[in-house]
Write a protein of this length. Structure first.
Length: 400
């Protein structure tokens, strides 16, 4: 009955597409059988790119190619892809389309392949967006701008008021605007625990521009313009935003200041350093980014009347809570990072990149205690990202 209701609700175009697909199944089946017969001579595989979310579209795809480079994927196989829809970024699609073998014609054979036993060798399993094998530090980025695109990028930077050769930082504070705009039929409130007030970034932006660095506010859709009067802080999200510059800026920034949202995956794919603030859930924090610095949100327990330690969060699995209601059910209030904490992260990552930052023996001791919490987690491999030094010094009780 459910399928009948679905068919009744389909428009004429969707119905036509379905009938065409059904009519082409015998041809697709023949293609799949031929490919399987040819496997002793040549391995052909089918896969789908997670094109509908920019973070997955960029980082998952990049990690697949990294796995190819190091032999974790069959090196000599012919891999054929199709896109998921809607496309999150047309420029990123253009760049992947000239890097990979992508065609809509592979969609139906890929579906048919999955319905027949023995599909495994002919299926591309694109890895998740967690670099637990340290691949990003062992390989080069697979995304490339053409000479023409580089010229467009320079021209657009000039139009934004950024002088040639000037350094700039991208920044973004996660809110609910994008998902509610692009996918309004789905309730995204379960993600609200990750949202951040961008005004808490203002002292950090002052710190950035005081060092002669431009600060560019990113975001495809945002709740409100940024109220700021510093000419070196550019509200790109509301004034200049294009699909092309989303990728170009993320690839060419000095570092990306983020609260963990999709577009920072582009910067990771281009091996840019990340300063991540307000990260939650704790156990899933990004630890594979060279020169990366992060600080998490803190969890206040109403029952205990105090903040939960990192160990308590990890051992009770709260470090994996990915739904707002789970925190409410456990009597947990999520506390955002302060303006000062965010500002200190900006100081630290800039100093690390420029080579003048140094850590005391106490900093290294506190860092080693923090790292030990992650060594048994399946979500982590080599831990390259540091938790903010200032944050740890002023929250040592969280290491207990």
């Amino acid at each position: 009955m459910r399928k009948l209701r679905f068919l009744r609700n389909m428009g004429w175009f969707e119905t036509f597409k379905l009938l065409c697909e059904i009519g082409l199944i015998p041809l697709a089946l023949g293609v799949v059988l031929l490919i399987r017969i040819l496997r002793p001579l040549i391995l052909i595989r089918f896969g789908q790119l997670r094109s509908e979310r920019i973070g997955h579209f960029s980082l998952n795809t990049e990690l697949y190619l990294c796995e190819k480079d190091v032999g974790k994927q069959p090196i000599s196989s012919i891999d054929l892809f199709c896109h998921n829809y809607p496309i999150s970024n047309k420029q990123l699609k253009k760049m992947w389309d000239r890097t990979l073998l992508v065609s809509e014609l592979t969609r139906l054979p890929g579906k048919v392949n999955m319905k027949i036993p023995g599909y495994g060798p002919h299926t591309i399993f694109v890895p998740p967006d967690r670099d637990i094998h340290g691949l990003l530090t062992r390989t080069n980025t697979h995304l490339r701008f053409t000479d023409e695109e580089e010229e467009i990028g320079r021209r657009e930077l000039k139009a934004m008021g950024i002088h040639k050769g000037s350094a700039f930082v991208c920044f973004i504070a996660r809110d609910n605007a994008y998902l509610e705009s692009v996918m309004p039929d789905q309730d995204w409130s379960y993600h609200d625990f990750r949202n951040v007030d961008i005004n808490t970034y203002l002292p950090a932006l002052e710190q950035i521009t005081s060092e002669g660095i431009y600060a560019i506010r990113m975001g495809a859709v945002v709740n409100a313009p940024l109220i700021n009067y510093d000419p070196m802080v550019i509200d790109y999200a509301t004034e200049f935003r294009t699909d092309f510059m989303d990728i170009y800026l993320s690839a060419r920034c000095k570092y990306f200041l983020t609260s963990s949202t999709g577009i920072d995956g582009v910067s990771m794919a281009f091996r840019r350093p990340l300063a991540t603030v307000n990260y939650v859930p704790l156990e899933q924090t990004w630890t594979w980014i060279e020169n990366g610095v992060f600080i998490p949100k803190k969890l206040w327990s109403k029952d205990k009347g105090r903040y939960l330690s990192f160990r308590e969060i990890m051992e009770t699995r709260m470090g994996l809570f990915a739904h707002s209601d789970l925190y409410k059910e456990h009597g947990i209030c999520i506390v955002d990072n302060t303006e000062q904490e965010i500002c200190e992260v900006v100081k630290e990552i800039n100093g690390r990149i420029d080579g003048y930052w140094s850590y005391s023996d106490e900093d290294e001791y506190l860092q080693s205690k923090f790292v030990k919490l992650f060594q048994s987690s399946r979500y982590h491999g080599p831990i390259l990202t540091r938790i903010g030094a200032h944050f740890l010094r002023h929250n040592q009780e969280l290491l207990g």
